[in-house]
Design a protein around this ligand. Structure first.
Ligand code: HEC
Ligand code: HEC
Ligand code: HEC
Ligand code: HEC
Ligand code: HEC
Ligand code: HEC
Ligand code: HEC
Ligand code: HEC
Ligand code: HEC
Ligand code: HEC
Ligand code: HEC
Length: 359
């Protein structure tokens, strides 16, 4: 037994150390750019920070190992103060003598490269671009102060963003800087993150099901939602009913009509309409949706963000408060049309060539 145990542990040690060697060799072999090829491209700007030019990435980054997440050797301003003397007179006067002791240096500078001098980020807020620090900070003090707090500062120069019926909570709370840099960023409108990543800082992902609605996949949340406030539910830019069974009226699906004109404008046309959801000549979109007593919302069948089945069709349809109907959808591969097995009615087949009355 003892002998076997010893043999086992020797073998195990050999295996484990072999693995460790492989891992270490792999990590040592690879430079940052071996894996981050697109970063090399992105850092090719007119002005490149010398440590980046020298590929001295570890001046600021720790090796992230298997975690694959951002790991800096320190936070700003310490990270930068390693090489830049914050008490240097030139440095101070470049910052108009505003104190940098608590500065988030990369709220204005890109740490890698920029097309602007002094590594200033590309999209500059107009008063910052004019270097008019005083308009927001007043005269330099020992500590960074602003002349007004939160949204009040922004409303000194901008129209109110909380003037519609439904206000997005961070706007209500005056947290404009949770989305916009007051100084500069590399994204349009000085947003601190691009596209959907901005919203995903606070919300669950909306692109996590198999079939993702194209504008959601592309992070175009603001094509449908106003980030500030709106008179519509869910801060939508155009009306879209909240209820599952809204009585049909023209215009209630204006949101979808922004991009799906044909499907929505044909809802009044029971026969011969331009839609793929058709049975013989009958427009099944109209049949389901256009009902003056109990119409079916688009979301009864399609998920607005991402769905489990083709065409963002959902897996189940809520019924009442507690029940759910299963929804099995098969799109025909070889011809137009498909088959719906749902709890709402017996299984049905649709398509332009389907004979009335057949399944
Ligand atoms: C073996 C491949 C590999 C090597 C070598 C590597 N990385 Fe990564 N790194 C990744 C992957 C994969 C991710 C996660 C996907 C992503 O965000 O790009 C990642 C993520 C990151 C992130 C976070 C990205 C973000 O947006 O939050 C940073 C920063 C980073 N790496 C920097 C470095 C630096 C600096 C080095 C060199 C010291 C390095 N990496 C070496 C593969 C690697
Ligand atoms: C002077 C410090 C510094 C150096 C040198 C540096 N980085 Fe970074 N890097 C940062 C900071 C700070 C962030 C995160 C903050 C940000 O960009 O908003 C970051 C973020 C990143 C990210 C994720 C965000 C992005 O822009 O893609 C990657 C990838 C990355 N660095 C790669 C590298 C590589 C590769 C090198 C070496 C060629 C390098 N960095 C050198 C400071 C540095
Ligand atoms: C490893 C050393 C090192 C670190 C860390 C470092 N820098 Fe630099 N930085 C340099 C060198 C070297 C220069 C070029 C010489 C100079 O202008 O002082 C430079 C230049 C700059 C410039 C441009 C100055 C000009 O005249 O064009 C800016 C802006 C800057 N750094 C900002 C930062 C910020 C922000 C950080 C922290 C994220 C940082 N640096 C961290 C070494 C470093
Ligand atoms: C509020 C925005 C902002 C912040 C925060 C900020 N900087 Fe700057 N920085 C600037 C501006 C603006 C300039 C001058 C650019 C110009 O001349 O066009 C500058 C210039 C510089 C320069 C060049 C100095 C010179 O002699 O020309 C360096 C280096 C620098 N900053 C480093 C830092 C470091 C390190 C931090 C963090 C401790 C930091 N900055 C924080 C806006 C900022
Ligand atoms: C449009 C208004 C506005 C202008 C113009 C402006 N700032 Fe700021 N600044 C702010 C706000 C708001 C904050 C607080 C940031 C936050 O809440 O995240 C801030 C924060 C700072 C900070 C500390 C925290 C950080 O993000 O680095 C420094 C340093 C700073 N500003 C320097 C400057 C300098 C220097 C200028 C001129 C070159 C300037 N600011 C111009 C609004 C402004
Ligand atoms: C001192 C006046 C002033 C203050 C204070 C101010 N801004 Fe601005 N802002 C401007 C000017 C001027 C422009 C450029 C003209 C325009 O597009 O409205 C601008 C542009 C913008 C833009 C881009 C607009 C566009 O359509 O491209 C955003 C976003 C913005 N500001 C956000 C803010 C936020 C957030 C605050 C508060 C932290 C703020 N501003 C405070 C003067 C100001
Ligand atoms: C939840 C994130 C978020 C918050 C919080 C936020 N914004 Fe915005 N803001 C955005 C986005 C995203 C856009 C771009 C919209 C677009 O492209 O259609 C934008 C656009 C803007 C614009 C330019 C277009 C316009 O509507 O005038 C201004 C100015 C602006 N915001 C100011 C503010 C002010 C002031 C506050 C605080 C009261 C604020 N924002 C709070 C996300 C936000
Ligand atoms: C700084 C955090 C933050 C950011 C960033 C943010 N939100 Fe929100 N949002 C909230 C909070 C808090 C609520 C209220 C609580 C909730 O319903 O999740 C909310 C609510 C919502 C609601 C209503 C939810 C409901 O069930 O009534 C929508 C829609 C929404 N946000 C969309 C967006 C979009 C689109 C973006 C990106 C442009 C975004 N949010 C970015 C914090 C944020
Ligand atoms: C094609 C239009 C459209 C796009 C694009 C879109 N949404 Fe929505 N979103 C809606 C509609 C419609 C609702 C209301 C759903 C309902 O009535 O149940 C909604 C509801 C929400 C809600 C509240 C309910 C929930 O599902 O959590 C949040 C949060 C939200 N969206 C965030 C986002 C984010 C983040 C993005 C971008 C990644 C995005 N939306 C893109 C149309 C859209
Ligand atoms: C900002 C534009 C935009 C808005 C608003 C929009 N969609 Fe879409 N939608 C698209 C795009 C783009 C596609 C992909 C079309 C393609 O691939 O041919 C798509 C595809 C679809 C599909 C799949 C169709 C197919 O042929 O595969 C459905 C179902 C759908 N959308 C439903 C809706 C519903 C329901 C609404 C309203 C809540 C809506 N859309 C609002 C842009 C939009
Ligand atoms: C009863 C379920 C159901 C309802 C309710 C429904 N759809 Fe559809 N929709 C479908 C099916 C099934 C398809 C696939 C048709 C095919 O095979 O091409 C489809 C296809 C689509 C397409 C692709 C283009 C087309 O017209 O064929 C769009 C866009 C679309 N629907 C949008 C909407 C919108 C907007 C609403 C609400 C006004 C809505 N749907 C309501 C089941 C539904």
């Amino acid at each position: 037994m003892k002998y076997f145990g010893l043999k086992f542990s020797v073998t195990a040690t050999l295996i484990i150390s072999a693995c460790l060697v492989t891992v270490m060799v792999r990590a040592e072999d690879k430079e940052c750019y071996d894996c981050h090829k697109e970063a090399r491209q992105r850092f090719q700007k007119e002005f490149v920070h010398p440590p980046v030019e020298d590929e001295d990435c570890s001046a600021c980054h720790e090796d992230h190992g298997e975690s694959n997440s951002l790991k800096l050797t320190a936070e700003a301003p310490e990270l930068c103060a390693d090489c830049h003397d914050l008490d240097d007179d030139d440095l101070k006067s470049a910052h108009k003598n505003y104190p940098l002791g608590e500065a988030n240096c990369y709220s204005c500078h890109n740490p890698h490269a920029s097309d602007n001098e002094k590594l200033i980020r590309t999209v500059q807020h107009s008063p910052f671009e004019d270097r008019d620090c005083e308009s927001c900070h007043g005269e330099p003090q020992d500590k960074i102060e602003t002349i007004e707090d939160g949204a009040k500062l922004c409303y000194e120069c901008h129209d109110a963003k909380n003037d519609k019926k439904n206000v997005h909570p961070p706007v209500e709370d005056g947290e404009c800087t949770s989305c916009h840099s007051p100084h500069a960023s590399d994204n349009d409108k000085q947003l601190i993150f691009k596209g959907g990543d901005l919203c995903y800082q606070c919300h669950d992902r909306k692109d996590d099901k198999a079939v993702v609605h194209k504008p959601v996949a592309e992070g175009l949340c603001v094509k449908c939602h106003n980030p500030h406030s709106s008179d519509n539910d869910f801060f939508l830019v155009k009306p879209f009913p909240k209820s599952f069974y809204p009585p049909y009226k023209k215009g209630i699906y204006a949101l979808c009509a922004i991009c799906h004109k044909d499907t929505v404008s044909n809802l009044a046309q029971r026969y011969g309409a331009k839609t793929g959801f058709i049975r013989n000549n009958e427009n099944l979109h109209a049949r389901h949706v256009n009902n003056k007593k109990k119409g079916r919302n688009c979301k009864a069948c399609h998920d607005v963000h991402s769905g489990d089945q083709e065409k963002q069709i959902r897996n189940e349809v809520p019924f009442g408060r507690r029940y759910k109907y299963p929804f099995k959808y098969t799109k025909f591969k070889d011809k137009k049309g498909g088959r719906c097995v749902v709890g709402c009615h017996k299984p049905r087949v649709y398509g332009p060539a389907v004979i009335q009355g057949s399944n």
